[in-house]
Design a binder for this molecule. Sequence first.
Ligand SMILES: Cc1cc2nc3c(=O)[nH]c(=O)nc-3n(C[C@H](O)[C@H](O)[C@H](O)COP(=O)(O)OP(=O)(O)OC[C@H]3O[C@@H](n4cnc5c(N)ncnc54)[C@H](O)[C@@H]3O)c2cc1C
Length: 386
Amino acid sequence: MSAAIDFNAMDDETFRAEARSFFESEYPAELRFMAGRLSWAESKPWWMKLSKKGWLAPNWPVEHGGMGLDPGKLIIYWEETERAGIGRMPDQGVTMVGPTLIRFGNDAQRAKYLPKILAGENVWCQGYSEPNAGSDLASLRTEAVLDGDEYVINGSKIWTSMAHHATNIYVLVRTDKSVKQQRGISFLLVDMKTPGITFRTIRNIAGHEEFCQVFFDNVRTHKDNLVGKLNEGWTIAKGLLTFERLNIGSPRRPLQAFEQLDTLAHARKLFDDAGFVDRYTQLKMDLNDLGSLYQRYVEKVRRGEALGPDISMLKVFAMDTYQKLAELLLESGAEYGAFAEGVKLEGEAVDLMTPFYTSRPGTIYGGSNEIQRNILSKYVLQLPAA
Ligand SMILES: Cc1cc2nc3c(=O)[nH]c(=O)nc-3n(C[C@H](O)[C@H](O)[C@H](O)COP(=O)(O)OP(=O)(O)OC[C@H]3O[C@@H](n4cnc5c(N)ncnc54)[C@H](O)[C@@H]3O)c2cc1C
């Protein structure tokens, strides 16, 4: 099995070529560049193919069944995934639960849960946000009280991506109301089939049932499912966010939208319109700047340097640029902009809606753009707080 290969010893271009060839030849053509996230039924064959090859968990250490990629190689893996248009699977088990248990969990939890993620038996979702706790997550109110050997959970989570496909959920719960908000939060693992859990699906702007509101009514989970120490869940939850912002800040998706814009402009002869050319040129320059900024952070990661709060700048710039591109694409498509499945213009296929749909949520999840700007003003520019 190729998990035994030391990918980090390969030179970057050899690794990139291997990843590209595997993704291009093996990933199903009909699931490329999808507007929404993939359901578990759509994802499972690809999940199992990656798992069999030992490529499902690029970010996990080899001893836990991952590829053990160093940050530089991990970035290449992501870039090739994006390049091939591979859809987002219900991947919380790989991206969040695995790394969390490896770093903060105990041996029993790792032995119980990690193999089931790799085998596609457990599909995880993330229960952080609540109806009144999103940006201000630390104010969350779903609570857990220890009763014998079990925690009893009551409350509700919202925007829980793919909860209706998940077998398990990891939740942030309040376990001490008497201390500063951040100090009274714990991290629990819960089976979605536990009595007392119900959910309702929520439809997104593209018409897909992407998330749920999940309700907890006296839901019991064994105290062995507490990850890390009691009341230290906040540290765990914050642990992986900085690296996530580098991933969200990749210029790949804005670049793909720009390629669509280019095709559209040629097909509709938009380069004769000075107003269009003005916006097109500005966005092209923004894209170049975004590419340079992203590369600066990639190089930092490759040198083994930690990413600071200024990474928020990359997320804001990437998502703003992507939204502006998506809007210009939709406007310039005129009446063709209303076709959700893509259209053919003078023989060229263009999909005007997908960038619009995928660029909106990027300014909200992973910390909204306003929150990123607050981080920049407070920790980077050190402006006085309002
Ligand atoms: C596609 C998608 C998938 C998601 N998946 C999950 C998931 O799987 N699990 C999960 O737990 N959550 C998930 N979320 C929820 C996401 O984390 C929250 O939507 C996000 O944290 C914002 O919280 P909110 O929706 O409550 O908005 P609010 O926090 O109420 O914010 C509303 C608006 O006010 C602004 N705002 C808020 N506070 C400030 C401030 N201090 N200064 C300036 N402006 C401010 C915000 O930027 C925003 O524009 C998902 C969201 C999306 C869009």
